[in-house]
Write a protein that binds this ligand. Sequence first.
Ligand SMILES: C[S@@+](CC[C@H](N)C(=O)[O-])C[C@H]1O[C@@H](n2cnc3c(N)ncnc32)[C@H](O)[C@@H]1O
Length: 246
Amino acid sequence: MSDAAAASGTLPETQVRAMFDRIARVYDRMNSVMTAGMHHRWRRRAADLAHVGPGSRAVDVATGTGDLAIELRARGADVVGLDFSERMLELARAKAPAIEFVQGNALELAYPDASFDAVTVGFGARNFADLDRGLSELARVTRPGGRVVILEITTPQKPPLSWFFRFWFDHAVPALGRLAGDSDAYTYLPSSVRRFPGPRELAERLAATGLVDVRWVLTAGGIIAIHAGTQGPKHPARPGAQGTAS
Ligand SMILES: C[S@@+](CC[C@H](N)C(=O)[O-])C[C@H]1O[C@@H](n2cnc3c(N)ncnc32)[C@H](O)[C@@H]1O
């Protein structure tokens, strides 16, 4: 990966996959260091918004090392975790042998329409080479009345958190990445967050796929956005989306 490509936050799919294969070994530890362990709480909140329970069937897309799939499973759902990085999947399988982890591409899900009660993505949508295509695939495989949930880092707008965020992401995260042996990957991370749509725009793009009642919650002082919508009947999207902070 070139410095320029990493810094632009946009990488071709093959490079994104290679990057996650490369950092798989340090991925969980880096998450815990970068978020002071809070990432588990955010995934639990996202899993709650998926409204799954015993008898539900869910897919966690871009599952990585499987933590969000594990949260869905803890709620009793039958879960598939899907990712294109085989190295990340190996770690997921070792953590949760009871979950089916499969290699696949979020932009071309190999499932028929309306296959799942819930579809989740944690910190993955930002990496999709074609966001709208990824979002419409998530919606396509969700049954009418089912849920789509996206957990993602977002750029806080208000000081002092926006200052802290800039310092943390632009300086501390790449420095931690250098220590972990992959400065490119952890330079790409803040850039990919910066170029990702803000909460309102993401909600509108989700609604454009046909999801209804799209809402988002901002947490961790506005650094984390969790979007959730319900699959409606298959007709053009109803406009309108609302957010709340907590
Ligand atoms: C930042 S990690 C998130 C992993 C996990 N969901 C979590 O909550 O920690 C992003 C993951 O998305 C995967 N990914 C990115 N684009 C993908 C795509 N088009 N299809 C499948 N997986 C993808 C990467 O391989 C990587 O494992």
